[in-house]
Design a protein around this ligand. Structure first.
Ligand code: NAP
Length: 247
């Protein structure tokens, strides 16, 4: 059982599926969101209706001060024992030779710096070295980290490659402090992220390229994440699990 679990990007897609799935195994779920308060409050009300406890907290993970406030709020509600580093963005398909500085800075700030900021605040509260109870962190990578996403979004793919290395390094750094750190690499999953990349039908269109011949659901990714968060994965750290239908 977790005390407080912080989920960034808990308002929609994979993060929302994680929030709903983990709620029975947590005293309190913090549903982080960037701007979609309505979606975050819907996740909270679903959890509360099912008998759980949850609170929505606005936080752009690319903003260090907002991340500090997210964790201060979370810690005021109980011991933080879980972090799902899920909030992330991509941009429309482009070649590397057409990438503007503002775009790559935004991708790296939210996907990479945001994950570092959140993990830093989580470790300060979870580590037994600092008087915490220990805990678990799961970082959202992507199959793009290994495939490269050529002519689509190499910047996004590279940001997720950074996350894979981050998972390995942080896991080793805190392995004796009661904290496990793992990652998940989703493949083509049916969420609204594809619309933000200008291709709302991408998941259906790409289904035939997946060995299992279908896209995945946010719930199927959440199942893997919540297992890694749980005590059932007590000897798993520094691992990144592909949830890709074999892609
Ligand atoms: P999504 O449906 O687009 O939802 C994105 C979530 O992230 C929303 O809750 C959004 O909040 C939040 N978010 C966006 N910008 C943020 C920021 N600056 N700070 C904090 N939160 C922010 O995305 P998804 O498909 O569930 O993706 C979740 C994670 O899985 C991402 O890290 C993504 O890279 C990864 N992933 C997804 C796929 C896929 O096929 N779907 C594949 C591989 C990896 P608001 O609701 O407030 O906008």
């Amino acid at each position: 059982m977790h005390d407080v679990i912080v989920i960034t990007g808990g308002s929609r897609g994979i993060g929302a599926a994680c929030a709903r799935l983990v709620a029975p195994e947590a005293e309190m779920v913090i549903v982080g969101y960037a701007s979609n308060e309505t979606a975050a409050e819907k996740v909270v009300s679903d959890i509360v209706a099912a008998g759980g406890r949850a609170q929505a907290v606005q936080c752009d993970v690319g903003d260090n001060e907002q991340v500090i406030r997210l964790f201060e709020t979370s810690a005021s509600l109980g011991s933080v024992t879980g972090l799902i580093n899920n909030g992330g963005v991509l941009d429309v398909a482009t070649r590397v030779d057409a990438i503007e500085p503002a775009r790559i800075e935004r991708i790296m700030r939210i996907n990479v710096l945001g994950s570092f900021f959140c993990a830093r605040e989580a470790v300060k509260r979870m580590s037994i070295k600092y008087g915490g109870k220990g805990g678990a962190i799961v970082n959202l990578s992507s199959a793009a980290a290994t495939l490269g996403a050529p002519a689509q979004y190499v910047d996004y793919a590279a940001s997720k490659g950074a996350i894979d290395t981050f998972t390995v390094g942080l896991a080793k750094e805190v392995a004796t402090e009661g904290i496990r750190v793992n990652g998940v690499r989703p493949g083509i999953i049916e969420t609204e992220i594809h619309a933000s990349g200008g291709e709302p039908e991408r998941a259906q269109k790409m289904a035939a390229s997946v060995p299992m011949q279908r896209s995945g659901s946010a719930e199927e990714v959440a199942e893997a994440i919540i297992w890694l968060m749980s005590e059932k994965a007590s000897y798993v750290t520094g691992a990144t699990l592909d949830v890709t239908g074999g892609r």
